[in-house]
Design a protein around this ligand. Structure first.
Ligand SMILES: N[C@@H](CCC(=O)N[C@@H](CS)C(=O)NCC(=O)O)C(=O)O
Length: 164
């Protein structure tokens, strides 16, 4: 039996659920919070991150690694294109989505949803969305201006924070 550990609120967990649904592979979802410190979970995910996978006793973590494993085990409906160039392009997009894009979205998830609605904590008004002309819509984390923030007097921090 294939088990995926992690709560589906995590985009990385949903990414694996979606890959399995696309491939038509049945699995059991085991709701597990990030940083769960049970010995069983840490044996699968030493960094404490979700998702982790248990496939008939073989365990591994990280959404991209899990999906590469699934691609080898269940190759019938491939998720990655054939050919080294196309595969490299898709892997680059996946890496971008998992890092820069996820980090940018995490700020809004934390400040707009998690803190005010789930953690009963106020939103940090110094985080907000702005645009950089010429690049199009792009998320920025506002780091200034505020004396106790790093680079608060940097011109870019001033410009970003003054952009409506
Ligand atoms: N690169 C990892 C990222 C997974 C990740 O950051 N998961 C978050 C939840 S959305 C987590 O478990 N965070 C707990 C921690 O960092 O301690 C992947 O693709 O699976």
């Amino acid at each position: 039996m294939l088990k995926i550990y992690g709560i589906p609120l995590s985009p990385f967990v949903r990414k694996v659920h979606w890959a399995l649904a696309y491939k038509g592979v049945e699995f059991e979802s085991v709701p597990t919070m990030p940083a769960d410190d049970s010995a069983e979970f840490r044996a699968m995910s030493p960094l404490g991150k979700i998702p982790a996978m248990d496939h008939d006793g073989f365990t591994v973590s990280d959404s991209s690694i899990i999906i590469r494993y699934l691609e080898s085990q269940f190759p019938e409906k491939p998720l990655y294109p054939s050919g080294p160039e196309n595969e490299a392009r898709v892997c680059w997009l996946e890496e971008f989505a998992d890092t820069k894009l996820a980090d940018a979205c995490a700020v809004f998830f934390r400040e707009r949803l998690a803190n005010p609605r789930m953690m009963n904590q106020p939103t940090d008004r110094y985080f907000h969305f702005s645009r950089k002309p010429g690049i199009g819509s792009q998320p920025f984390v506002d780091l200034g201006p505020r004396a106790d923030r790093p680079n608060a007097d940097h011109p870019m921090a001033q410009r970003i924070s003054s952009t409506p």
